[in-house]
Design a binder for this molecule. Structure first.
Ligand SMILES: [Zn+2]
Length: 322
């Protein structure tokens, strides 16, 4: 079609040429829109993060509405979490190869939510070793079928993903190891968003990958299987790490100040307030309606849809434990 337009020549027709060029450019852009959307940004030397959108899982984002870490080592890439299935893992791998073409030698899983580990099978087939804390692996095995089916309802292209858990299952609460010259520590501080959630600490780079223990920019979510009391305690223990860079599970790469303001303070307030309400036998309805308005957290995305649910679940969990 470009030829046809070119054959006409003339100034007026030049406008048409430009229009076609623009249309073709747009079409080209659309087909590569998603792969262009996955981009790792440098956190500090040799450490990168992909920051996922704050929306839900969609066919367009391949379930990658979370953050993923990437570490450059002398042996190759190490991924911190593996994405929501084969296609997502492949897209992540492609984005890493854009920075440097080298094999993916390992994946460290921080959690058992779909987008943290359903890409394990893909990376294992490329030769990567999977690392995870034993409590994470236990939850992954227990929840695989449930996670997979609810994910596929939202992102049908991810169906058929196979379960693959860690080759190196780490049992201690603090596990120090090194891959390709980079010292790492996989730490467990307590059940949180999911049972067995862990964090990865890079002591030299002072980078902390928190997985879903920290959310910034958006409201965190208490699920029926989350443990609000131990999540709060886990956050407080983890807080002792002298992190210069905090890569949260969701939201921008940040520091302790924002993590405290948007996760630590929220969890502490949830536990404190709902413990008081439960001890006073307020009843869940009254406890929720007395606390719907927490101005310090209203700026967080999804506050309206998640805050009430969080209050509700926190009250019921705490009441049941009294
Ligand atoms: Zn998540």
């Amino acid at each position: 079609m470009i030829f046809k337009v070119l054959n006409y020549g003339g100034n007026l027709k030049m406008k048409n040429v430009m229009r076609w060029v623009a249309v073709l450019f747009l079409l080209g852009g659309m087909t590569s829109a998603w792969s262009a959307g996955i981009e790792f940004r440098q956190v500090t030397t040799g450490v990168y993060a992909y920051v996922g959108p704050l929306t839900d899982r969609t066919p367009e984002n391949l379930g990658l509405n979370n953050n993923i870490g990437l570490i450059d080592t002398s042996e190759g890439w190490v991924f911190v979490d593996s994405g929501a299935g084969d296609l997502a893992a492949k897209a992540l791998e492609k984005a890493a190869q854009k920075i440097k073409s080298q094999p993916v030698v390992a994946v460290v899983n921080l959690g058992s939510q779909d987008h943290r580990w359903l890409g394990n099978d893909y990376f294992a087939r490329q030769g990567a070793k999977i690392y995870a804390y034993q409590g994470t692996v236990a939850t992954q095995k227990k929840m695989f079928a449930q996670l997979q089916s609810s994910l596929v309802r939202k992102v049908p292209a991810l169906k058929g993903t196979k379960m693959k858990t860690a080759d190196k299952v780490l049992d201690a609460e603090q596990n120090s190891f090194s891959i390709g010259g980079v010292a790492m520590q996989l730490n467990f501080y307590g059940d949180a968003h999911f049972p067995g959630d862990a964090v990865l600490w890079l002591p030299k780079q002072q980078v902390l990958f928190t997985g879903d223990i920290v959310y910034v920019d958006r409201m965190l979510g208490i699920h029926p299987w989350s443990n609000v009391v131990s999540w709060n305690a886990a956050y407080q223990s983890m807080r002792a790490l002298p992190a210069e860079f905090v890569v949260p599970g969701h939201g921008r790469v940040t520091n302790w100040q924002q993590a405290d303001a948007e996760t630590g303070d929220y969890l502490a307030k949830l536990v404190e307030t709902m413990t008081e309400e439960a001890e006073n036998f307020s009843g869940v309805g009254a406890a929720v309606s007395a606390n719907v308005n927490w101005p310090a957290f209203k700026h967080l995305k999804h506050y309206d849809s998640w805050h009430k649910r969080n209050l509700n679940r926190a009250y019921l969990q705490i009441e049941a434990s009294l």
